[in-house]
Design a protein around this ligand. Structure first.
Ligand code: AP5
Length: 192
């Protein structure tokens, strides 16, 4: 099973993927975490930091290089959860091409919906606890703008494949997970 989580910053993608990865026993691939992991490395890290700290998307070629390398690892062969990836139409098309090589595809897209006021409040609260560099008012606003202009249109791409399910992300984490679990249980992987 290959599941894509789409949602604005603070919608709960990471929170829910952490639960689902345990239930399904498939890896959780967060491109945000992968990119943040490169920050300690010199040249690449400096380039990536510029994008993340400005709330802008890293270039597709860079993200695809990291994701494609990860997908070759054996623990991903039976499926995985994509958290915050793909984020552009180009990334979605390249992912489909990559999966098609092994006769696989994205089985389910979960569209986590939360209003902007709640998103900002969650991220500012997280900033005070975890001190994430991009959880400040200015960068949050840029991240939201980027989501609605560059990532939300992806839903139309996946709706064309009939695999999008909407999730009310405003409920408690347990209630959100219950919705996700029902969607997953109602989905049959098509090419595994
Ligand atoms: P990324 O790390 O993916 O960040 P994001 O999309 O902005 O998402 P967040 O991690 O902020 O939120 P989330 O939806 O995971 O929510 P969470 O569960 O943490 O990306 C960071 C940056 O990396 C991007 O801006 C970009 O620069 C770059 N990048 C990443 N992927 C890329 C790609 N594919 N292409 C190009 N660039 C890319 O929850 C948030 C908070 O809310 C937490 O404190 C949590 O405890 C709380 N919470 C969660 N659920 C609930 C709930 N139901 N009720 C109340 N509180 C809740």
């Amino acid at each position: 099973m290959r599941i894509v989580f789409i949602g604005p910053p603070g919608a709960g993608k990471g929170t829910q993927c952490k639960r689902l990865t345990q239930m399904l026993e498939i890896p959780h691939l967060s491109t945000g975490e992968m990119l943040r992991g490169t920050r300690k490395e010199s040249a690449l890290g400096r380039i990536v930091s510029g994008y993340i700290d400005g709330g802008r998307l890293a270039p597709d070629y860079l993200v695809m290089r990291i994701v494609n390398k990860r997908l070759l690892e054996s623990d991903c062969h039976g499926g995985c959860l994509f958290d915050g990836f793909p984020r552009t139409l180009n990334q979605a098309q390249m992912l489909d091409e990559q999966l098609a090589v092994k006769n696989n595809r994205v089985d389910l897209v979960l569209d986590l919906r939360v209003g902007q006021e709640e998103l900002v409040s969650r991220l500012l609260k997280r900033a005070s606890i975890e001190n994430r560099a991009d959880d400040n008012a200015e960068t949050i606003s840029a991240r939201l703008r980027v989501f609605f202009t560059q990532t939300a249109p992806l839903l139309d791409y996946y709706k064309g494949q009939g695999i999008v399910r909407h999730i009310d992300g405003t409920r408690s984490p347990d209630e959100v997970f219950a919705q996700i679990r029902s969607c997953v249980q109602a989905t049959k992987p098509k090419h595994d």
